[in-house]
Design a protein. Structure first.
Length: 319
């Protein structure tokens, strides 16, 4: 891949790291302003659908899906709904950086799931790095748990559901363009959320009981969808320009932006124990990425050389 294509990919990934925390900030402002978490989640998918539809049509993509793709899209949307709901539930009361740092346990979960589901080889160094990363997560969770209680566990739900979301994305990306994939995931997620909002309207579950937004709440709900669309579009195109191994380390800059926004808008700064946990998570995550790169380079060299085969007859039309 040429350098002139890698540079735009890096720029787009940096844009994602700046825009994604704006989504988190709008969600936190809306939640603290009295908007239920379920309604914020629904707003994300509604706005994203309205923004992505003309984009997909202008690019000439077909809106058709095969039955197999539809199944994957529904599963992908369900996992994204769960991921969004659990994250907003956590960020509603916890600082941005603390919530995001716990979610960054995701690479270690993916490492385990890759071994469990796909049979990926995991060396002792990556296992050790993942164990150290878990220690970092515990350093972040412990003070948060003491302060906020069980709410501190919501981001773990985000990390787990988003890990499965990434695996489904990996499975479907081979035969669906990423831009229509975003649209289909958005409207499917909306179809999952809307019936719940109607069913729980006036019900006992406060986070699923919609309210009429007032004043700036409209802006924050709009921002959730706008920044979700913009950030994930940037990441989608970044991965088309540059390899994931190049972009993955840059993803951790999202925590830096989250710390800055949390301090500037909410006056939140991680304490010493939390900051140590964040540093450990980032360092161990970067090491896992480093080992993944080495394993990827060594795999072709270690692959067995196929034995010479006798020439095969040309395939017939029937064959």
């Amino acid at each position: 891949m040429s350098q002139d294509r890698i540079l735009p990919g890096i720029v787009l990934m940096l844009a994602f790291c700046v825009l994604a925390p704006l989504l988190d900030t709008c969600a936190k402002l809306a939640a603290q302003g009295g908007i239920p978490v379920g309604q914020i989640t629904t707003a994300r998918f509604l706005v994203q659908t309205l923004l992505m539809l003309p984009f997909v049509l202008a690019m000439g993509h077909s809106l058709r899906m095969s039955p197999r793709a539809l199944v994957f899209v529904i599963l992908r949307a369900l996992l994204l709904v769960i991921s969004t709901f659990t994250f907003v539930s956590g960020v509603k009361v916890m600082p941005l950086a603390d919530t995001l740092a716990i979610v960054f346990i995701e690479p270690f979960i993916l490492l385990f799931l890759g071994w469990l589901i796909f049979g990926d080889t995991i060396g002792p160094r990556r296992i050790a790095a993942a164990a150290v990363g878990f220690v970092g997560v515990l350093l972040v969770i412990q003070p948060a748990f003491d302060t906020f209680g069980l709410v501190a566990l919501w981001p773990l739900g985000t990390a787990l559901s988003f890990s499965f979301y990434m695996l489904v994305t990996r499975a479907i990306s081979a035969y669906m363009h990423p831009i229509p994939m975003q649209l289909h995931t958005s409207w499917t997620g909306l179809l999952i959320c809307l019936p719940l909002m109607v069913a729980f309207d006036g019900g006992p579950v406060a986070e699923l009981d919609p309210v009429w937004p007032m004043g700036l709440m409209w802006l924050w709900l709009l921002g959730v969808g706008v920044w979700a669309t913009a950030s994930h579009t940037c990441m989608t195109y970044a991965l088309r320009f540059a390899p994931a191994s190049t972009l993955a380390p840059l993803h951790y800059l999202e925590i830096v932006v989250a710390v800055a926004l949390g301090w500037a808008i909410f006056g939140d700064l991680p304490n010493r124990e939390t900051m140590l946990g964040i540093v450990i998570i980032v360092a161990s995550g970067l090491y896992v990425i480093h080992r993944e790169r080495i394993a990827a380079r060594q795999a072709p060299a270690q692959a067995p050389v196929p034995a010479p085969q006798s020439p095969r007859p040309a395939a017939t039309v029937e064959g």
